[in-house]
Design a protein around this ligand. Structure first.
Ligand SMILES: [Zn+2]
Length: 257
């Protein structure tokens, strides 16, 4: 049992109320709720205001994004109009969809990548294919093919070209490659052999001096030796051979200068 007493301003009891314990608990709960409600209301009001501000902000952002999207679409159509690319789907009068355009752009990029790789390969092959005369002034004194040997007058197969030149005339590589032999080899005398890849080698014989060593990488036009008359030779000249997969071929077909 609880006793509730109301006291007046004169500090005298005005009213006394005896209530049961269970009713007292309920009354206390209600009293606390009533006292706390204004504070909770204030907090909820503040939170609601903050949420409302956020919603306003997000709405404004969405509007801006929508405007940007429309502007992008307008710019894209303007670009398409200026670029003169077909923008209609095949067999349709409808403008090509953005996804289709993007797919075509990706396809074109891939094809450009393939073309780029192809031209890199072509450049590689070209730079490694013999194409210049190995000495500055081309004067052929003996061609590729059957000829009379200058030593014993027998008919033999001449495996290369003889290019005449003064002793000491610079000899250059006719293409990019790597030196696979530099030294003395029988009737060739002092000789340089360059491997150009793709089954092609060039041979430079009867040299006076050799300016490269085995394993050296050379570029087209690099000096590799000087004209001489070493080995089976009657006068200073360059014996120049081109071999494909080991077989001598006419070097004239590789003189493009
Ligand atoms: Zn020769």
């Amino acid at each position: 049992m609880f006793t509730v007493t109301l006291i007046g301003r004169d500090m005298q009891p005005k009213f006394t109320w005896n209530i049961k314990r269970s009713h007292g608990v309920i009354a206390s709960f209600c009293l606390v709720t009533i006292m706390c409600f204004p504070r909770e209301k204030k907090i909820l009001t503040t939170e609601n205001q903050q949420l409302a501000a956020q919603v306003t902000q997000q709405t404004a952002l969405l509007e801006t994004l929508r405007d940007l999207d429309l502007a992008c679409e307008r710019d894209m159509h303007r670009l398409i109009a200026h670029s003169h690319i077909p923008v209609l789907d095949a067999g349709s009068s409808k403008p090509m969809a953005c996804e289709t355009l993007a797919r075509r752009a990706r396809d074109l990029t891939l094809r450009l990548g393939d073309l780029d790789a192809y031209f890199v390969d072509v450049n590689w092959v070209l730079s490694n294919t013999p194409s210049v005369t190995p000495i500055a002034h081309r004067k052929i004194t003996s061609s590729f093919g059957q000829r009379q040997d200058p030593f014993d007058n027998h008919f033999v197969w001449h495996k290369g070209l003889d290019l005449s030149g003064r002793m000491g005339t610079p000899v250059v590589a006719s293409a990019d490659g790597s030196v696979v032999f530099a030294g003395w080899r029988g009737g060739y005398g002092k000789i340089v052999v360059i491997d150009h890849g793709f089954g092609i080698q060039t041979h430079y014989g009867h040299l006076h001096t050799i300016d490269v060593a085995e394993g050296d990488a050379v570029r087209r036009g690099d000096q590799i030796a000087e004209i001489g008359s070493t080995g089976r030779s009657t006068a200073p000249h360059l014996h120049y051979e081109v071999r494909r997969y080991g077989l001598p071929v006419d070097p004239k077909n590789y003189l493009l200068d």
